[in-house]
Ligand binder design. Structure first.
Ligand SMILES: [Fe+2]
Ligand SMILES: [Fe+2]
Length: 200
């Protein structure tokens, strides 16, 4: 069951207008990925009893800011007095944590459940809600995703939200290390917390 009654969460939210805006301003791959994550997040929410509308809205918007300039992210970090340590990272971290501020400013999305799911979709959190988990996992396993480990990712996601989250954090950290990339501290903290649930 898909549900697009987003105006109940964000008064006046016009999904069609936002989708058209995204289509006009994003690469085709990113735009269609957002639609797939919206649908996948709703399906996971339906299956595991989470809020389907909030999972869908956060899924739709999760990469809304991903193609914005570094300059805009840096200006947004300063404008909203976000943690200055964010300046030591880049787009991969910014588009979620800082992107949520851009989404609130530009689209008038004030729902903290939705904003948190967007903030947490790359680094996770020990405080992840079921909506956060649905978006986090949907981003990783949407139907066009194809990477070594995708079958295992889908298997754990089918088992439980906690297993899906733990596997994704483990896989992402291993991938970043393999590529000699820096790891945002929250990602390690999230990994320690969710791996300890023992669902893998
Ligand atoms: Fe993302
Ligand atoms: Fe994404």
């Amino acid at each position: 069951m898909t549900s697009f009654d987003y105006d109940k969460i964000v008064p006046g939210f016009d999904r069609e207008a936002v989708v058209n805006q995204m289509k006009a301003n994003m690469s085709d791959f990113r735009f269609t990925h957002c639609l797939r994550v919206e649908k996948q997040a709703q399906e996971l929410a339906e299956k595991f009893g989470a809020d389907v509308s909030r999972a869908g809205l956060a899924g739709l918007l999760h990469d809304f800011a991903k193609e914005r300039s570094d300059e805009q992210f840096i200006a947004t970090i300063k404008k909203h007095n976000l943690d200055p340590d964010l300046l030591n990272y880049g787009n991969a971290i910014w588009h979620g944590i800082v992107g949520a501020e851009i989404i609130r400013d530009e689209l008038g999305v004030y729902d903290e459940v939705v904003l948190n799911a967007i903030r947490r979709h790359t680094v996770g959190s020990t405080a992840m809600t079921d909506v956060d988990k649905c978006v986090f996992i949907a981003d990783f396993i949407e139907p066009q995703r194809d990477f070594p480990g995708i079958d295992e990712a889908r298997k754990y996601a089918a088992k439980s939200l906690n297993a899906g989250v733990a596997f994704e954090l483990k896989h992402s950290i291993a991938h970043l290390i393999d590529k000699n990339r820096k790891i945002y501290p929250e990602t390690f903290i999230s990994y320690n917390y969710w791996i300890d649930k023992g669902e893998l």
